[in-house]
Design a protein around this ligand. Structure first.
Ligand code: ADP
Ligand code: ADP
Ligand code: ADP
Length: 213
């Protein structure tokens, strides 16, 4: 399957993707993770992306379309993929359609992580990440066995620099202005399934299973 996950920051995309990935053996492409890796490695792409990311603004369409075009060509992504955090603008959605059309394939489903903005600050400011695996914890909703430590590897957890109430505001503005039109774009094609993303993780997983079965 070729799936897209759309939702505001903190809506649970990263939490649900490993479950979807394990079930369907898809490759998981998260543009936010790819961009953070590029920033950390100080690659030319990372240097260009950092300023916008620090402010909670979107990186330019050309940069992200470039990384997705490269990634979906990989052999491991031929049978299907999960796009997490991409497309985030209508231009990105159109470019993606063009790329897929060249390969004779299409998007199968768009999972819309619908949730009220009011819940997101608590989710985002309590988020802790194990950077190398992408495993995500929450101080209140999904605490690690030992605070600040990954359950599986024992390695330290980090908080994202942009996971503050202030930067969240800009990220939510970008979501409403630039990414909600993407949901409408796919709704017109009849591809969108709405999830109740405010529910507990297990209930959201059950909704995802139902949509994909
Ligand atoms: P996104 O990838 O959409 O930004 P995450 O999956 O990283 O969101 O979730 C944001 C934070 O909220 C994380 O700390 C995660 O542990 C927690 N979380 C995820 N899903 C839920 C849920 N259904 N209920 C409560 N907390 C959740
Ligand atoms: P979130 O928790 O908001 O879902 P992500 O990890 O997906 O965060 O993205 C972090 C940042 O990376 C965004 O605020 C934005 O600056 C940049 N970014 C990620 N994906 C895209 C994209 N498709 N288009 C433009 N910018 C992006
Ligand atoms: P800084 O940008 O000051 O180095 P951050 O708190 O933004 O600090 O991130 C610390 C390190 O973890 C950086 O190398 C960053 O690229 C990486 N990182 C942050 N969030 C993630 C994530 N979700 N996945 C992978 N790596 C991440």
């Amino acid at each position: 399957k070729r799936l897209i996950l759309i939702g505001p920051p903190g809506s649970g995309k990263g939490t649900q993707s490993p479950i979807i990935k394990d079930e369907y053996c898809l490759c998981h492409l998260a543009t936010g993770d790819m961009l953070r890796a590029a920033v950390a490695a100080k690659t030319p792409l990372g240097l260009k992306a950092k300023e916008a990311m620090d402010k909670g603004e979107l990186v330019s369409d050309d940069l992200v379309v470039g990384i997705i075009d490269e990634a979906i060509k990989k052999p491991s992504c031929q049978k299907g993929f999960i796009l997490d955090g991409f497309p985030r603008t209508e231009v990105q959605a159109q470019k993606l359609d063009e790329t897929l059309a060249k390969h004779g394939v299409k998007v199968d489903k768009v999972l819309n992580f619908a949730i009220d903005d009011a819940i997101l600050e608590e989710r985002i400011t309590g988020r802790w990440i194990h950077p190398s695996s992408g495993r995500t914890y929450h101080t209140k909703f999904a605490p690690p066995k030992t605070p600040g430590v990954d359950d599986v590897t024992g390695e330290p957890l980090i908080q994202r620099k942009d996971d503050t109430a202030g930067v969240l505001k800009s990220r939510l503005e970008a979501f409403h202005k630039q990414t909600e039109p993407v949901i409408r774009y796919y709704s017109q094609k009849g591809l969108v399934a709405d999830l109740h993303a405010e529910k507990p993780p297990k209930e959201v997983s059950a909704e995802v299973q139902k949509v994909l079965s």
